[in-house]
Design a protein around this ligand. Structure first.
Ligand code: ADP
Ligand code: MG
Length: 249
């Protein structure tokens, strides 16, 4: 299978604190890879490094063989869709303006934007009448749909989604998980999806990248992590939520 992303010896420190790395990671085209790990394990930092939003100390990131660090910001925004942790829609902009912000920044005209809305609204089950609303006039689930449309608007090859369902109530979260699973498989996108939820990881991921203290501790299928844990930490992490599930019954 073709590699879309090759991360080599990537590291990032803040003062004496090593937030990331060294990380070596290869991801395949067309797969949904889950970045799984506890809070503070470096998941968001890794996504921001892939996007070039932070400068890393060492290492390289190749996207289809090209160095992402050398791309201009508009090229990067067009080719890599991003949902930052916490959503971060512009509060003063309508849903339409938020969803199309990258397209407008790179100079798409009105007709092209309208055509893209016609395609993308049904994909994300977003009612056209909500396009005039601002974020505070939407439900949490609707806001996340706008954030997802914004990330997917220019039809990027890679989607980086940082806990996109993290703040939603359980029922809305479950239905968006189902929709996203269907959307990812239909669009055949390469997706990197961050979560700390093992159930979400198992449901959505073709492969799991488990992070701990800024490093990748295991990269494999969900069954690999459960049945062939690379180290004691993997076993503890995978068991932590199984225990929780048992207690919750
Ligand atoms: P995760 O997304 O897995 O919860 P993060 O990638 O946000 O974790 O953070 C990893 C670690 O790096 C945390 O300990 C965090 O406090 C630290 N960190 C992240 N950004 C900065 C920063 N700008 N300055 C100092 N420390 C940071
Ligand atoms: Mg994070």
């Amino acid at each position: 299978m073709a590699l879309v992303l090759e991360i080599k010896s990537l590291s990032k420190t803040y003062g004496d604190y090593r937030a990331l790395g060294p990380i070596d990671l290869n991801l395949e085209t067309g797969q949904t890879s889950i970045l799984l790990g506890s809070s503070g394990s470096g998941k968001s930092t890794l996504l921001r490094a892939i996007l070039g939003l932070i400068k890393t100390d060492e290492g390289s990131i190749l996207f289809n063989g090209a160095a992402v660090a050398e791309w201009s910001p508009p090229t990067r925004a067009m080719r890599i869709g991003y949902v930052p942790q916490g959503g971060s829609l512009f509060p003063h902009m309508t849903s339409a303006a938020n969803a199309s912000v990258v397209a407008r920044a790179i100079g798409w005209d009105k007709a092209k934007i309208k055509k893209r809305f016609d395609e993308i609204l049904p994909v994300f089950s977003f009612d056209e009448s909500l396009l005039r609303r601002r974020p505070h006039q939407l439900s949490g689930g609707q806001r996340q749909r706008v954030a997802l449309m914004r990330a997917a608007f220019t039809d990027p090859e890679l989607l980086l989604l940082d806990e996109p369902l993290g703040a939603l109530d359980p029922l809305v979260r479950a239905s968006l998980q189902e929709e996203l699973k269907e959307i990812f498989s239909r669009l055949r996108k390469t997706v990197i999806f961050v979560t700390h939820d093992i159930g979400e990881a198992a449901y959505l991921g073709d492969q799991i990248v488990l992070m701990h203290e800024g490093r990748v501790v295991q990269h494999g299928s969900f069954n690999d992590l459960r049945e062939r844990p690379a180290c004691e930490f993997v076993t503890r992490f995978m068991n932590a939520q199984r225990l929780f599930a048992r207690e919750a019954k």
